[in-house]
Structure formats: structure tokens, C-alpha cells
Design a protein around this ligand. Structure first.
Ligand SMILES: [Zn+2]
Length: 343
């Protein structure tokens, strides 16, 4: 199939397939492990099979047929009959790919596989629906917006807001750099207007440019969608179009490589189910090793009282914490900035 796909989309496409393959392989590993646990003889036969394979190659090279070497065909046959007896498919150690044609590579001999069409639609939805503001990047990050005056009211330490922000920017950059090797959960908290959302957007834009597929969503919007899903769930005859939209949206939110939730606050207070839905979402993504970045104005210690203890325990246990403090940069006057520059 001939296509014109721009470099950026190509990167996303490759990344998308890479994750699909990893997921299929992870599930395969779990399956094989549980088979090994239930039937150790199968594991033993697999080991024998490897030894027989090595012996066969060695004999072929040396021309020497050693005594007592295992015969590969014989071991194969034995393994096969054990599998049949236990009712285990013969291809049990093969990953169960989404697309059998290209084995989740997106490629076949003469070009793109036909499954690329579907994936492109998904990537488009992901990138068009929920992305951070495109101008909030590390390159546009202006440290001069932050005062270089130490302010003991906001900062207990020795740092000025600008110095503190410089440190946070370094951490955020490092997070983005290490994302592929070590994707971590991040909770950025602090009072309004201290640059949390901006910094999360910087990370998201940086990673998005590298081909990472992500969803960037306001907490209020996420809770709204969760409530909508609950309503549909309880409805006798849900509108099929709405149902389809919700299914596809949560397919994205649950499975996207990186989920950024902006401004977790108290909006959902009183919506008990929303808490449970958020916990399920965080747990599912944690188990699938898919990271989440959140911003919010509550300190981890306040999450338990004002929000929900179960959410608090997830965040303190599984998230790296980044504290933002200081006055609201958005309310700082131009005069204030001129004064700082004179320092
Ligand atoms: Zn395919």
C-alpha cells in the first residue's frame, strides 16, 4: 500500500505498534509463566528442545554426531503430545497480535499493512482531541516570569521563585529525557498559577514531538466523561452513537502511552463514583505500566482528608512528587517584573 505519511506521524505510528507488540508479548509471558507453573514438564521439555537445537547446530558444524544428544524432532514430538493431552494450543508461546498479517509491525512485504488505516484514525483522535497548548514548550519557558527575590512568605528555603522554578524545569526535562527507559508517574502540586500546568504541557509537547502518543485532559472534563459513562451504563437503551463515542474515548484514556490529567481538585467532591472510577483508571494504568502525570492544588497530605484516602495512597505510593510554591505568576504586575529586573 503506497502512502504519504509525514515524519511526525510515522514516528507516532512506529511507537504505537511498538507498544502493541510489547503488550502482546507481556500477555504472552504471563500466559507462558502460568503454563510453566501448572505443568513443569512443559518447561522441562522446552529446555530440552533448546539443548537439542544447540546440539544439532553444533553437530552440523563439526560433522560430529555425539552420543546421547537429544534429537530435536523427537523432543518436538514429545512436547506436542503433552500439549495436546493438556489441551494447550501448539502456538501457546506465540504472542497474540492484534493483526495477524503484520504481527503488529504495520508492515508487510510491499508496504504498509491494511491495519494502518485504523491505527491512523486512532492516533488522529488521540492527537486532535486532547493535546496540550502547542506553545507551552521548554523552548518558550520564560524563567524571567518568576521573581528572583527570595520570599520567605512562600519559600521556607533559600531559593527565589526563579531558582525554584529552574530546578523544577530541570527535573521536568530529565523526566522527558528518561521517559522511554523509565516512565514514571508524576504528581505536580501547589497553589494556582505557580506553573504546574505549563510544565506538564512542556513535558507533553516534548514527548509528543518524539512520537509518544498521549492524552492531555482537564480533570473536570475527565470526571464529566466518567459520569456520562456511568449514566450510559445504567441506561436501558443507551444512544448507540453516544455509547460509541464514550467507548472510544475511554479506550484512548485507558491505553494511551501517557495520560496527563490537569488540575485535580475538589470538583468531583460528592460524586462518589467518580472517585472509584479514577482509582480504577489509576490502578489499571499502573498495572499496565502506563504512566500518568497529574497536576493539582492539594498537597499529598491533604488528598486523604479533602479527596479520598484511596487516591492519596495511590499518589503517595506510586507517584514521584513535585512541589510548586510561590505567588500566582499570572497576577504579578508588569511593575513587579521591572523591579525584579532592576535587581
Ligand atoms: Zn497489520
Amino acid at each position: 500500500m503506497m502512502r504519504n505519511i509525514d515524519q511526525q506521524t510515522k514516528k507516532r505510528l512506529n511507537r504505537y505498534y511498538e507498544l502493541l507488540r510489547q503488550k502482546a508479548e507481556r500477555i504472552r509471558d504471563q500466559k507462558v509463566n502460568s503454563i510453566h507453573q501448572a505443568y513443569p514438564e512443559i518447561k522441562e521439555l522446552e529446555n530440552k528442545r533448546i539443548q537439542a537445537g544447540i546440539a544439532q547446530v553444533r553437530n552440523k558444524i563439526s560433522g560430529f554426531v555425539g552420543q546421547n544428544t537429544l534429537d530435536l524432532a523427537e523432543v518436538d514430538q514429545e512436547l506436542k503430545s503433552v500439549l495436546i493431552a493438556k489441551n494447550i494450543p501448539l502456538d501457546y508461546s506465540e504472542p497474540d497480535y492484534n493483526c495477524d498479517i503484520c504481527r503488529d509491525s504495520g508492515w508487510i512485504a510491499d508496504g504498509y499493512c491494511s491495519c494502518v488505516d485504523r491505527v491512523l484514525i486512532e492516533i488522529n483522535q488521540q492527537t486532535n482531541l486532547y493535546l496540550p497548548a502547542s506553545d507551552q514548550t521548554f523552548a518558550n519557558f520564560d524563567l524571567n516570569l518568576f521573581s528572583n527575590r527570595k520570599n520567605p512568605v512562600f519559600f521556607q528555603g533559600q531559593l527565589s521563585p526563579r531558582e525554584a522554578m529552574r530546578g523544577l524545569r530541570t527535573i521536568a526535562k530529565r523526566y522527558a529525557e528518561n521517559f522511554r527507559d523509565n516512565p514514571e508517574n508524576l504528581y505536580m502540586f501547589g497553589t494556582t498559577g505557580t506553573g504546574k500546568t505549563f510544565l506538564m504541557s512542556c513535558i507533553a509537547n516534548e514527548l509528543s514531538n518524539l512520537g509518544v502518543n498521549l492524552v492531555f485532559i482537564k480533570a473536570v472534563k475527565l470526571f464529566e466523561l466518567m459520569a456520562q459513562r456511568r449514566t450510559l451504563l445504567n441506561s436501558y437503551s443507551p444512544d448507540p452513537e453516544e455509547q460509541d463515542f464514550i467507548n472510544r474515548t475511554f479506550e484512548l484514556i485507558n491505553n494511551t502511552e501517557l495520560l496527563c490529567i490537569d488540575d485535580i481538585g475538589l470538583e468531583a467532591k460528592g460524586l462518589l463514583n467518580t472517585y472509584s472510577d479514577l482509582i480504577v483508571l489509576l490502578d489499571d494504568r499502573y498495572n499496565a505500566k502506563l504512566p500518568v502525570i497529574m497536576t493539582g492544588n492539594l498537597k499529598p497530605s491533604e488528598l486523604g482528608e479533602d479527596y479520598d484516602e484511596r487516591i492519596q495512597s495511590r499518589i503517595t505510593g506510586n507517584f514521584q512528587l513535585l512541589m510548586f510554591e510561590g505567588p500566582d505568576v499570572r497576577t504579578q504586575t508588569a511593575k513587579g517584573r521591572i523591579e525584579q529586573d532592576a535587581d
